[in-house]
Design a protein around this ligand. Structure first.
Ligand code: ASP
Ligand code: MG
Length: 422
């Protein structure tokens, strides 16, 4: 058994969906659990639907949803040749459910409605791909992952109930493979014990695939991307990147943690825990070697690995009465960050101040200031970039930060982080 994951870019056109079918056909007699995310930029479009709905701009929300519907209907028609196929009834049911949600008064939290609406992208894409594959010589079974992935109700970042989900995988998913070689399931979504839909965090399909790989004891997981494999830096931001043929789980988890948008950070743990290798392959040319991620990589030396996080803010919290920022104070400050779900990307403290670099989210920053302003003076500096370089050398650092002011720096033997202002 292998687990495959195809992301939005591999499904962004009719042509590409046909290509995905060809890739699958090159694995005959293989048992495959295929996790699929929403087509192209659908998730972004659905986020706008959720935002407008919550702002009670019903008509805009309905119009945006209609656009998503029409797009999916036309892709489905192009793949299946007409609109007579039972798929269209299934799609209609999904649309109707979303329209009902739009008809509600938004009395619950934004995150709740977000999850009820945004997961639609995965339901549509998997239904379309599954129906098309069945007509294109890739017989498969479509699975509603919400019947399998049980989570808590931490909407937009739901946590999997491992024991319950494992039981569902064993009882509901494993038996499917006695009748079919291929099961197609949605990434990114799950359900609470109240049957409310949840999402697992943006780009969460990699993680969904890893949960399946873990619970099915898969021999490997492959993430099919539009790039050659894992690179030492984002080629959109840096010239002369190189492909990394082999790398360890530990290294990738660090890269993802520092903000490399390679693989969802939660993906590694379920795979590492069962020693399941993760392959990153290119769907545009499946014969390229790609990258193998496993426990210990045989490669002796990695190239410098460069990660740039943009749109960062430096928040400096200073005690008003000159009291020291003690361990106790830091723990209070951390508690506030934790409660407001603000992730600290870099931190440093002094005698009476605490500085942290976070993603720029104006609403969250306002809340932080509101919560902390009684005891602290708070200053912030926007428009920054956080550069992380692993396996650095001084020449490279110099080259990368030449025209910038360094506001904060942290350095270990392996890793340098610099918070930069242009
Ligand atoms: N479709 C979701 C997103 O765009 C999940 C994923 O792509 O992994 O965030
Ligand atoms: Mg995606």
């Amino acid at each position: 058994m292998k687990v495959f994951k195809f992301g939005g870019a591999s499904l962004e056109s009719v042509e590409r969906i046909r290509q995905v079918a060809q890739i699958i056909q090159s694995f005959p007699d293989e048992k495959l659990l295929i996790v699929i995310s929403a087509m192209g930029k659908t998730t972004n479009e659905l986020e706008k639907v959720a935002q407008n709905f919550y702002l009670r701009k019903r008509e805009i929300a309905a119009q945006l949803l209609y656009n998503v519907e029409q797009h999916h209907l036309s892709v489905a028609e192009a793949l299946l040749g007409n609109r007579q196929h039972p798929l269209f009834t299934q799609l209609q049911q999904f649309f109707t459910e979303a329209e009902w949600t739009l008809g509600e008064k938004p009395l619950r939290t934004y995150d709740y409605y977000y999850d009820q609406l945004v997961g639609l992208g995965e339901l549509l894409s998997t239904a379309i791909v599954s129906a098309y594959f069945n007509t294109a010589g890739v017989p498969n079974t479509w699975l509603d992952v919400r019947d399998v992935f049980r989570t808590d109700d931490n909407f937009r970042d739901a946590n999997i109930d491992w024991a319950y989900t494992q039981k569902q995988v064993t009882e509901k998913v494993v038996p499917l493979f006695s009748n079919t070689n291929i099961v197609i399931a949605q990434g990114f979504i799950g359900s609470t014990d109240q049957n409310e839909s949840v999402t697992l965090g943006r780009e969460g399909s990699d993680y969904s695939a890893a949960v399946f790989a873990n619970m099915l004891d898969a021999e490997s997981q492959t993430i099919w991307k539009d790039v050659e494999g894992l690179k030492n830096a984002d080629p959109k931001l840096f010239p002369n990147t190189v492909n990394i043929p082999e790398i360890s789980f530990g290294e990738v988890i660090e890269m993802a943690y520092y903000g490399a948008q390679v693989i969802h950070p939660k993906t590694i743990k379920p795979l590492q825990n069962k020693q399941i290798p993760l392959l990153v392959k290119c769907f545009l040319d499946k014969d390229l070697p790609g990258t193998v991620i496993k426990e210990t990589a045989d490669v002796k030396q990695l190239p410098p690995i460069i990660v740039l996080k943009r749109n960062q803010v430096l928040i400096t919290i200073t005690s008003k009465d000159y009291s020291f920022i003690t361990e106790e104070k830091i723990s209070d400050i951390y508690e506030v960050f934790h409660r407001l779900k603000v992730k600290i990307n870099l931190m440093q403290n002094g005698a009476i101040s605490f500085s942290s670099c976070i993603d720029n989210n104006p609403e969250k920053i306002e809340l932080l200031i509101k919560t902390l302003h009684t005891d602290f003076k708070i200053a912030y500096n926007e428009g920054l970039e956080l550069l992380t370089v692993r396996y650095y050398h001084d020449g490279l650092l110099q080259e990368l930060t030449n025209h910038h002011t360094v506001l904060l720096e942290q350095r270990s033997r392996v890793t340098v982080q610099r918070l930069l202002k242009k």
